[in-house]
Design a protein around this ligand. Structure first.
Ligand code: FMN
Ligand code: ZN
Ligand code: ZN
Length: 606
């Protein structure tokens, strides 16, 4: 019997609900008696060494948090990571030395083609195929999934499974029939950053006029000025002032488009927001008063595209692990809506490849959103305009929940919950710049004893938000204690008619059914760790039963992930290592899904 204290700090699971308090029953044959957990001293900072080895009572010692999202790297983030649970001191992503790799420009050379030449004079890769063959790493498999699917492996000579598509001299072989068939299909992965767009962004040549006009219109000082005019009795038609702040004037949510509130879809917000800010006033009366932005910007009276949020199951944004190959797996198991990993708005605006990789969408993702994190209206609104125009995306999600210190301290993620004026300008501006829905993902608040999300719900509605996910924990709480679904329900009631998705601790169909039956105002469910632990949770929910899968089926899922990973990251050494790294990250969750056969009572959070 493995024993756990009533509120186990390590596994963040509250056992108080369990019949046998604090006892997790495991069949004897599955218990490893002599397993001792080892902590790698090398990975610790000096402060953490003190905590661990000297037992020093260092201030602000935090409990290890096993489910903390991986920490992203930010500017000025050169301090050593603090000890926070497992797996935090990852090595940097794999980098193959260029002088030992064949140049990608010539790697897929076939014997039938004229000789390919690399035109980059400063290219550091090898260009001599014969030399490369001497040091080429051994194959790790005999079947190249990409060759089998598409008829041509773009990694050619550098593929680590190249046996069937390489001549003995290292030239690529193409299965012409299959390749021709494949070429007729549109690309399966969308939203790549083109070189031209990257250059425009890097040289600050991109036209952000729309975003800039909207930001200006929502500038708090301007709103105040407009309010003063309206108070002083000048004949300004309030309906024509773009979204005056709630504290100054109740916005006129005059709905000029068809808005269907009955289905709780986003249309109502879209309509209200767009109409309140619509600047095409052909029929407007002549106005007296200061020049406002309606004179400067002429926004189209466009209707926002819609997402049908009704009773949907959404795969939560998951940094690192919620990558495109993983989302494909979740789609196959029945996830309705997917969302990319959190992307940092300033990096998107800079045209950074690694951030643009996070907005890629697979063709199977029929309803797909991009999550943005930032700390100011200028950057977030520009970024929203850019993505709305340049990529194929159904909604933008604004992150108001990220608890990571660095983001929080800079006023982004959950840090924005402390800056309500900025939040208002951000939400209004981003919503107005988009012709797709804006959703919000928030925690209950910053502090455990001071939940504030319920107060924000009606404001989000006024500001044009189409859907809100509430993770029922505060920032301070991180992953300790169970999510507070009573509070999520309270938010859902306050947000009406904006649909609220509940989020937190849904790990099986039973959990889903319980919250759906108990919290009637909650419209949809957002699932994070539950999907990582068992991606077939979506099928469980659709088929309304718990599902146990065999070890063979588990292995098949991993095999599929490996293939999807190689398709996405490439089948050369670098792609193989990247696939391996992300697969291991995922397995650190997947292994917690205990088959029923092993446990009598169980929690995957153990
Ligand atoms: C590994 C990991 C990465 C996460 N990354 C993000 C993220 O990028 N954006 C976000 O809003 N939430 C992120 N979260 C939080 C989850 O989306 C979700 O809100 C939280 O885990 C609670 O839901 P759950 O109990 O279903 O996991 C992450 C969580 C985990 C465990
Ligand atoms: Zn080259
Ligand atoms: Zn190959």
């Amino acid at each position: 019997m493995a024993e756990c204290s009533e509120k186990c700090e390590n596994c963040s699971f509250d056992f108080s609900e369990d019949k046998q308090k604090g006892v997790c029953s495991i069949k004897e044959e599955f218990i490893v008696e002599d397993h001792v957990r080892q902590l790698s001293e090398k990975r610790l900072t000096e402060t953490d060494k003190q905590k661990v080895f000297l037992g020093t009572n260092v201030e602000n010692v935090e409990a290890p948090l096993s489910d903390e999202p991986p920490v992203k790297k930010f500017k000025h983030d050169d301090k050593k990571e603090k000890l926070r649970g497992q797996n935090k001191a990852r090595p940097p992503p794999f980098k193959a030395p260029r002088e030992l790799s064949l140049c990608p420009w010539i790697a897929d050379q076939t014997t039938a083609e004229p000789e390919k030449k690399c035109l980059n004079q400063r290219c550091a890769f090898l260009h001599d195929r014969k030399e490369y063959l001497k040091i080429r790493p051994v194959d790790i498999g005999t079947e190249c999934h990409i060759f089998n699917v598409t008829g041509k492996c773009p990694r050619g000579t550098t593929c680590r499974m190249g046996l069937r598509h390489l001549t003995k001299d290292g030239f690529n072989i193409v299965d012409e029939k299959r390749f021709e068939e494949h070429k007729k299909r549109s690309p399966s992965t969308m939203n790549r950053l083109s070189k031209d767009l990257q250059n425009e962004l890097r040289k600050h040549k991109y036209d952000f006029a729309k975003a800039e006009a909207i930001i200006k219109a929502n500038d708090p000082s301007r709103r105040k000025m407009q309010l003063q005019y309206s108070k002083s009795g000048s004949e300004i038609d309030n309906g024509e002032i773009c979204e005056v702040g709630a504290e100054y004037q109740k916005p006129k949510l005059e709905v000029t488009e068809t808005t269907d509130t009955s289905d709780n879809s986003n249309s109502v917000n879209a309509g209200s927001n767009v109409s309140a800010c619509d600047m095409s006033h052909e029929s407007a009366k002549p106005r007296i008063g200061p020049v406002d932005d309606s004179d400067l910007i002429r926004l189209r009276r466009s209707e926002k595209r819609k997402v049908d949020w009704r009773s949907k199951i959404l795969l939560s944004p998951l940094t690192t692990v919620g990558n495109l190959p993983f989302r494909r797996i979740c789609k196959e198991y029945g996830a309705d809506i997917t969302c990319g990993e959190m992307a940092l708005a300033p990096k998107i605006l800079k045209g950074a490849q690694e951030e643009w990789a996070l907005v890629k969408r697979h063709e199977c993702e029929d309803v797909f959103g991009v999550q943005l994190c930032g700390n100011n209206p200028g950057v977030l609104t520009r970024c929203a305009q850019l993505l709305n125009r340049e990529i194929d995306v159904d909604y933008i999600d604004l992150n108001l929940g990220c608890p990571i210190d660095l983001i929080y301290r800079q006023g982004g993620g959950s840090g924005m919950l402390n800056r309500l004026n900025v939040l208002e300008t951000v939400v209004k501006s981003v919503s107005q710049v988009l012709d797709i829905p804006l959703s919000i993902k928030t925690r209950t608040g910053v502090y455990i004893d001071r939940p504030i999300a319920h107060n924000l719900m009606p404001k989000f509605h006024e500001w044009g938000v189409s859907m809100i996910t509430v993770h029922g924990r505060s920032r301070e709480q991180r992953y300790t204690k169970l999510a507070d679904w009573e509070y999520i329900e309270k938010c859902a009631l306050a947000a009406r008619p904006v649909p609220v998705f509940g989020n937190g601790d849904i790990l099986s169909f039973d959990d889903y059914q319980r919250v759906k039956e108990t919290y009637g105002a909650v419209q949809g469910i957002t699932i994070g760790r539950g999907a990582l632990i068992k991606p077939w949770i979506f099928t469980e929910i659709k088929e309304r039963k718990l599902i146990d899968i065999s070890s063979g089926e588990r292995f098949d899922i991993l095999r599929k992930y490996a293939n999807y990973g190689l398709e996405h990251w490439g089948s050369d050494t670098r792609g193989v290592e990247t696939t391996r790294r992300f697969m291991l990250e995922w397995i650190s969750f997947l292994h917690r899904g205990n088959p029923f056969i092993q446990l009598f009572h169980f929690s995957q959070l153990v």
